[in-house]
Design a protein around this ligand. Sequence first.
Ligand code: UP5
Ligand code: MG
Length: 196
Amino acid sequence: FSPEEATVIYVLGGPGSGKGTQCAKLVRDYGFKHLSAGDLLREEQDRPGSEFGELIKSYIKEGQIVPMEVTVQLLENAMRAAIDKEGKHMFLIDGFPRKMDQALKFEEAVCKSKFTLFFDCPEEVMQERLLNRGKTSGRSDDNAESIKKRFKTFEETSMPVVDYFAKEGRVVQIEAVKSPDEIYETVKEKLAERGI
Ligand code: UP5
Ligand code: MG
């Protein structure tokens, strides 16, 4: 994708930090196309005839990162469809890239991001949110055992991506402990500072 074709903002943060919640507000007010890598993987997992269904299922339950070829392809297809069918050019890519190889591959082969919105939240807070959501979400990874694995993967594998972009001055960090509306006020201010 050329820069005229697509503006990409990555949305990162630990499991339960509120990425999806904040993205929904941004879609409402700014007209971004929201692409959650996790949602795309869950859809692919449930798609009849998918050759990746079983693989995705086991990776998600174990809190592991699905091999990047699968995720990058799903994202690329979804971006192409949004441009062609909806005329959308501004993308919030939520929960991706969460491993260094994905980050380098996507930036080189698909589209360079404008910056990363990073939601910073302590594990205790995220854990409480996820266990609470688990009562009704039906998500296979919203249980204490999977949550623990997701936190470990986030610290070991995904934080290096955030650190890498931060070194380049391309991270907008937001404290994500207060209420969704309070956090969103900060998000809007920080986006305005970046000319959005
Ligand atoms: N909530 C939200 N904000 C709140 C607030 N300020 N105060 C109080 N409550 C708040 O929120 C989580 C819950 O908290 C909700 O109930 C919400 O109401 C409440 P949400 O906005 O959904 O947080 P989010 O950060 O989006 O949490 P999510 O669970 O989606 O994060 P994950 O990053 O764990 O999940 P994702 O779907 O991105 O990935 C799932 C799995 O897919 C990964 O573990 C991995 O196995 C796989 N994956 C890959 O392999 N590769 C990828 O590139 C991406 C995913
Ligand atoms: Mg999410």
